[in-house]
Design a protein around this ligand. Sequence first.
Ligand code: NHR
Ligand code: GAR
Length: 223
Amino acid sequence: MEQATTLNIVVLISGNGSNLQAIIDAFKEKPGMVNIRAVISNEASAFGLKRAERAGIPHHVIDHTLFSDRQSHDLALQNAIDLYKPDLVVLAGFMRILTPEFVQHYHGRMINIHPSLLPALRGLHTHQRAIQEGRAVHGASIHYVTEELDGGPVIMQGEVPVLPDDDPDTLSARVQVIEHKMYPMVIRWIAEGRLKLDNNRISLDEKILEKPVQYTSDLPICH
Ligand code: NHR
Ligand code: GAR
């Protein structure tokens, strides 16, 4: 069932913003489904700010280096976000660990895309670690954000092979191809009211999700 109201989102970035671009592109032909109210970066030099500018989306920098501690940075970030009254906060290559207070404020309303098959390879430098550990399969996961870093309930995962000649850049590029398809799909399900977090359990189409949805390019539940 389609939801009549628009899902208002705020996207947090730190860098290139290719996932932001995929979200902008996915919903520009579907007015009324998802409205990107603002893009906020902790890095003034993030290229994603230019993407927001180009798309006519309000954008702001909340520079973490100007704050004395994480609490005060996160409070400023929270105040900036809440001016836009988002239904959902989307972390898209956002590189700062968020305080428990911040995370609780957006409980069930904040998602992240992480470049690994969680629970494997939490944290940073996942592509390099996947290669070093000799993994044959790598990928990306979309999860609800909780206090536990990269530990919240996983909504969707997509796999890519690790090839013999891969370096972190070639592997990252392969992972990003599926990220750009996965993220708009999950945001769409939330906009349609099909996907929710209930008592720390994910429900999709009124059924508890027992394991993450496996992304394939022809997902049957993607209408
Ligand atoms: N915050 C909480 N509380 N929980 C999560 O699950 C979070 C989070 C903040 C960001 C994204 C995450 C990822 O997808 C994310 C998930 C940054 C770091 C990190 O160590 C780790 C994980 C993620 C993002 N950041 C360093 C820090 O001290 C800074 C690194 C840098 O600036 O380059 O914050 O991987
Ligand atoms: C994405 O691949 C995302 O999975 C990863 O950073 C990239 C951001 O790319 N996220 C993290 O590593 C979070 N710590 P983008 O800025 O082009 O969307």
